[in-house]
Design a protein around this ligand. Structure first.
Ligand code: NAP
Ligand code: 8YV
Length: 322
């Protein structure tokens, strides 16, 4: 590495461990948010970005020396990756290190949704067990369900393995079937939804997945149907979901992600048959630390060895070293 430390821009907030580790090998430049209008002339030599959130094309264009964007998260829908690729900027993400944590949370959210465990705990905490008697039996159960996974990548497969241990049937939809698995494959999302009563969304938020969980898919899922979303809010047509929950088209939903985070529609908050989490699927100290380490290690590998550890498929780039 050269005597002058490469400068890394950090727009907005990021995990504290990233900020603690970066100064070992880099100079940090902070920006209030990822807004190109906030870039000043002294940032012209910035070579990398570490980000948890958005990087629009304009911010890349405002930094002529930019080589790498290290995204905190496996999903990189906040980064304009097409623009990065067109400019030869490598984008990295944080796969694998969060897979098991997110799969654990997905199962927790599924059971909370079916068995109403958060509501049951509130019943106890509010003194209603002693005052009013036993909490009502949950209308829904995991027993006897068939779960369809929309997405069977790293996290989808980890969820499927857990579901197998729970003794429920598993099926899936992806663009191409995965080799070596016995789970039933459905070539369309609607056919998967019609074949199962529980749909778990764990696909990336892309243009191709945008609002694909729509009124038809929810109707195919049916009146005993439950939707769990741990992927991205953009994949679900939220208005269609609210309508389906209000009118009994499906029975319930468990959501960790929303279309316009951190804002959750009042109509969803008002529904009794939903379980809602504030995007916490990977949010343990141990897993977020591992994600932070991978962000920093990607930047270090890029500037020292000319190759990032986990570049996204759209930017399989190497750096000319020396
Ligand atoms: P991954 O290994 O890349 O898996 C993605 C899966 O989605 C693959 O099975 C892929 O199969 C499928 N897929 C992609 N586009 C599709 C399309 N248009 N139609 C149908 N299937 C499609 O990713 P991962 O590590 O499992 O992570 C998945 C996503 O979970 C992330 O991108 C992120 O958005 C989300 N996530 C959320 C949280 C959270 O906190 N809630 C945490 C981590 C991740 P094909 O390519 O064969 O279609
Ligand atoms: C993080 C996530 O909460 O990895 C992802 O794709 O959605 C989560 O693990 C998020 O990226 C943090 O900003």
């Amino acid at each position: 590495m050269s005597a002058t430390l490469p400068r890394i821009l950090v727009p907005g907030k990021i995990n504290e461990r990233v900020l603690q580790r970066l100064p070992d090998t880099f100079e940090i430049v902070r920006l209030e948010r990822a807004d190109p209008d906030l870039v000043t002339a002294d940032m012209i030599d910035v070579k990398g970005i570490a980000v948890s959130g958005r990087v629009p094309a304009g911010l890349m264009d405002a930094l002529p020396g930019l080589e790498i964007i290290a995204n905190f998260g496996v999903g990189y829908d906040g980064v304009d990756v097409k623009h990065a690729a067109s400019k030869g900027i490598v984008v990295t993400n944080t796969p694998d290190v969060l897979t098991e944590e997110v799969a654990d949370t997905a199962i927790g959210l599924l059971i909370n949704t079916l068995r109403q465990l958060p509501q049951a705990e509130q019943w106890l905490r509010q003194g209603r067990w002693a005052r009013d008697g036993a909490f009502a039996l949950s209308p829904l159960s995991l027993r006897g369900r068939t779960v369809g996974l929309y997405g069977l990548g790293r996290i989808g497969l980890a969820i499927a393995k857990r579901l197998e241990a729970f003794g429920v049937s598993v099926a899936y939809h992806t663009r191409s079937p995965r080799d070596g698995l016995t789970y039933a494959y459905y070539p369309t999302l609607e056919r998967l939804a019609a074949a199962v009563d529980t749909l778990v969304v764990i696909v990336p938020g892309t243009e191709a997945t945008r609002k694909t969980v729509n009124a038809q898919v929810l109707s195919a899922l049916g009146s005993n149907g439950v939707l769990i979303n741990v992927g991205r809010g953009s994949t679900v047509d939220e208005a269609a979901l609210v309508a389906a929950l209000q009118t009994g088209v499906i029975a319930g939903a468990g959501l960790d992600v929303f279309d316009n985070e951190p804002y959750v529609p009042d109509a969803l908050l008002a529904l009794p048959n939903v379980s809602l989490l504030p995007h916490v699927a990977s949010a343990s100290v141990v897993t977020r630390n591992a994600m932070a380490d991978l962000v920093v290690d990607n930047l270090r590998a890029w500037f020292s060895a000319g190759k990032a550890l986990t570049p996204v498929p759209e930017t399989p780039l190497t750096r000319r070293v020396g």
